[in-house]
Design a protein around this ligand. Structure first.
Ligand code: ZN
Length: 97
């Protein structure tokens, strides 16, 4: 599991999410607080879920988002690639990003 470290724009210290409010299933308003006692800045922002990278395993998911443009581009490249036994290292690297 990875942990995203929130960085204070004012001092580059650690921040925490003080509270968040779900506006929709894909959008939350968030309020941040710097943990550096000397700074103590607070911020507001948002967390969004914009695209689907892979489909849900549920038979009838509550919501289906548009597929990310990068995923669509990679699928088009794969579909149009010549049949070969060699692995496309560039495509493998791009998928890993
Ligand atoms: Zn700060």
């Amino acid at each position: 599991m990875s942990t995203y470290k929130l960085v204070c724009p004012a001092c580059h210290g650690c921040m925490r999410i003080r509270t968040s409010v779900g506006q929709t299933p894909c959008f939350r308003s968030t309020y941040y607080q710097c943990q550096n006692v000397a700074c103590g800045a607070t911020f507001s922002g948002s967390v969004t879920i914009d695209y689907q990278l892979s489909p849900s395993g549920l038979e009838q998911p509550l919501m289906v988002l548009p597929v990310a443009p990068a995923v669509e581009r990679m699928k088009a490249l794969r579909d149009n690639a010549k049949a070969t036994n060699q692995m496309d290292l560039l495509a493998a690297l791009e998928e890993a990003v």
